[in-house]
Design a protein around this ligand. Structure first.
Ligand code: FAD
Length: 392
């Protein structure tokens, strides 16, 4: 019989990997809990009312039409020794190789007061869907003159520049719709992705409206109170009409169930094959994996899907997997016509995926407005291209 690969998670990483393996001639089953995928990139624009949710949703019809078997079920168990994946209803799926691409779960035990019930009042909106719309509605319902609080977790987490893009677009919404309001960003770090670019843009576009508080100035959140709508820090309490808590994260639960997550909550991997360091025969890609400098982005998950598929194909053929190079570019919007980017190239080194010095970089600090507008257009082009690659 043909070798059989089961892929869990039909997001940017898993759907890419499943299609690539199918195209390489292997039997693939893609197990995805949701009948529709809701993409996070550009969801900050949905929150700010610049875009509708429809543009974030993608189906699995094209993937199925191509010949990939798609099973809409939640994976709930893995027997790594017998090489079987179990779904919620007890179905056992045998595999020769298993690829896990389940994304993240918010840690609802990390910030005192921030549990599943609190997230219904103080949305994280870090998994796109109902949470995205909840945050948007809260901003819409807020009166002009209100305070919005956004809290940012320590590293590592999904989409390093994402919280700062969100802060920018929420500030844009307030500036254009509710100009007497205020946004306070409480960060559990002192430095972040594209920091100088963001801070220069904030000073130019949102002076007096957006207040950024780094860890050393009291940005570290110690607890939240959903009922009182307050966020506590070592330096004092903040009250907000709208509070967006982006909590610390970990790999989605199936990773731990499979034994592939370590004590950090993330999945250590071999940088050439993406095979789990903890369970042979299981590969982990996308946000769930850790293994060096590659950021948790859709761009990177898409690249890893392809690289992992090539490695799995080589292993199944009894060949030596090739040493990969990975590229990542993350665009952020600080306003609808103002985009900035960071790019990096990575390769295996000392057991990790290491940044190739000098191979990447960020947008120029002194770029003219036309360049910012072009980068905003490139961001939209990238999103169209990657979602067509993965889902069309
Ligand atoms: P996901 O895309 O989360 O896919 C995981 C899939 O697995 C989901 O469909 C889920 O339903 C499924 N799943 C989970 N568990 C199970 C299970 N047990 N059984 C079956 N199915 C399961 N990245 C960029 O590159 N550019 C951007 O501009 C960008 N902007 C962002 C903005 C925001 C606000 C956020 C939150 C993220 C952004 N990202 C961006 C990051 C990007 O969304 C993630 O890095 C990317 O989605 C990771 O892909 P993935 O395949 O690892 O996981």
């Amino acid at each position: 019989a043909r070798a059989r690969v089961v892929v869990v998670g039909g997001g940017f990483g898993g759907a890419t990997c499943a299609r690539a393996l199918h195209r390489a001639g292997f039997g693939v089953m893609l197990v995805e809990a949701s009948p529709t995928y809701t993409a996070c990139p550009f969801s900050n624009a949905v929150i700010a009312g610049l875009r509708e949710m429809e543009g974030q949703r993608f189906g699995y019809q094209a993937i199925r039409r191509e010949g990939v078997a798609v099973l809409h079920a939640r994976a709930t168990g893995v027997d790594g020794t017998a090489r079987r994946l179990f779904t919620e209803d007890g179905t056992a799926l045998p595999y020769d190789r298993l690829v896990l691409a389940p994304g993240i779960a918010p840690r609802l035990d990390a910030i005192p007061g921030y549990d599943a019930a609190a997230a219904e009042g103080l949305p994280h909106a870090w998994q796109a869907g109902a949470q995205t719309l909840l945050l948007r509605r809260q901003l819409e319902a807020m009166e002009d003159g209100g305070t919005v609080i956004l809290t940012v977790p320590p590293n590592p987490y999904r989409c390093p520049p994402g919280p700062y893009e969100r802060a920018s677009l929420v500030a844009y919404y307030l500036k254009t719709r509710k100009p007497r309001s205020k946004l306070i960003v409480l960060d559990a770090k002192d430095s972040f992705s594209k920091q100088r670019l963001f801070e220069a843009a904030w000073a130019a576009l949102y002076p007096g409206l957006l207040e950024y508080v780094p860890l050393s100035a009291g940005g570290g959140v110690t607890s939240v109170d959903a009922g009182e709508r307050t966020v506590s820090t070592d330096f004092g309490d903040h009250r907000g009409e709208v509070i967006n808590v982006i909590p610390p994260q970990r790999a989605a639960p199936v990773a731990a169930v499979a034994g592939a997550a370590d004590r950090s909550g993330w999945c250590p991997i071999d940088p050439v094959t993406f095979e789990s360091r903890l369970v042979p025969g299981i590969h982990v890609i996308g946000d769930a994996a850790i293994g060096g400098a590659v950021p948790k982005s859709a761009f990177a998950a898409n690249a890893q899907g392809r690289v992992c598929a090539a490695a799995v194909a080589a292993l199944l053929r009894g060949e030596e997997p090739a040493e990969p190079r990975l590229v990542n570019t993350c665009y952020s919007l600080v306003a609808p016509d103002y985009g900035i980017s960071v790019a990096g190239v990575y390769r295996p080194r000392n057991g990790l995926l290491a940044d190739i010095e000098g191979a990447g970089g960020t947008s120029a600090l002194d770029a003219p407005a036309e360049t910012r507008a072009l980068e905003a257009a490139y961001a939209a082009d990238w999103f169209r291209t990657v979602t067509e690659d993965v889902f069309a």
